[in-house]
Design a protein around this ligand. Structure first.
Ligand SMILES: CC(C)(COP(=O)(O)OP(=O)(O)OC[C@H]1O[C@@H](n2cnc3c(N)ncnc32)[C@H](O)[C@@H]1OP(=O)(O)O)[C@@H](O)C(=O)NCCC(=O)NCCS
Length: 176
């Protein structure tokens, strides 16, 4: 098993096809004929087993505002592992690798949204319930900016010495 960091524009069409296929199997309620749900990420970690995609984690590098504090975050998008490779610690390895990179590069927090947070709680994240301001975006059209309270679906992990500030989260774009 090998985990490779790929900048978005360096991902070739075969890899996009593999990501699309595995993404659609992993999220059958939200299939799309593309390798991303709303928008291209900035880079991805791809776990490969002899050239076959086994796991994926997309990353959006974003500046956000929480209350009056500006933070640099890695937003984690579309974490999935193929059925055959599940339960072997691949998602845990992907999260460990993105944590290490964020720590090395001066990123303040990892942030993601998830309904089932078991994996994240095991990997050093905690859940918050903020008011969150975001761009509502769906299938290549945006519908303006909205604020909503998100109860127990936003997970954060510090990758710096900063404490998470109080206040509304302005995610400064779509919610990954
Ligand atoms: C969730 C998922 C990425 C875990 O991948 P994995 O490589 O098997 O994970 P690991 O082996 O590193 O860790 C296993 C732990 O993940 C957690 N987990 C398992 N399925 C999960 C799920 N659907 N959602 C959240 N956490 C899950 C459990 O805590 C599990 O530990 P346990 O077996 O002791 O209970 C994989 O099951 C998957 O791709 N599911 C479909 C897509 C998905 O739900 N992605 C997460 C979106 S938030």
């Amino acid at each position: 098993m090998r985990i490779e960091l790929k900048i978005e524009h360096e991902i070739d069409s075969d890899q996009h096809d593999q990501i699309t296929s595995l993404r659609n199997k992993s999220f059958p309620d939200a299939p799309r004929e593309r390798s991303y749900f709303k928008q291209l990420p900035h880079f991805r970690l791809l776990a490969e087993d002899n050239g076959i995609l086994a796991g994926h984690l997309g990353v959006d590098h974003r500046i956000i505002r929480v209350g009056g504090t500006i933070l640099s975050i890695f937003g984690v998008i579309d974490l999935f592992v193929s059925d055959q490779h599940q339960g072997k610690g691949i998602a845990t390895s992907l999260l460990a690798q993105i944590t290490e990179l964020a720590e090395q590069k001066g990123i303040d927090f990892l942030l993601l949204h998830a309904v089932d947070g078991r994996l994240y709680l095991k990997n050093g994240f905690r859940v918050i319930s903020p008011y969150l301001k975001s761009l509502w975006l769906c299938d290549f059209e945006n519908y303006g900016v909205g604020i909503e309270r998100l109860d127990n679906i936003i997970y954060i992990k510090s990758t710096s010495d900063k404490a998470w500030p109080d206040g509304t989260v302005d995610i400064m774009g779509y919610l990954f």
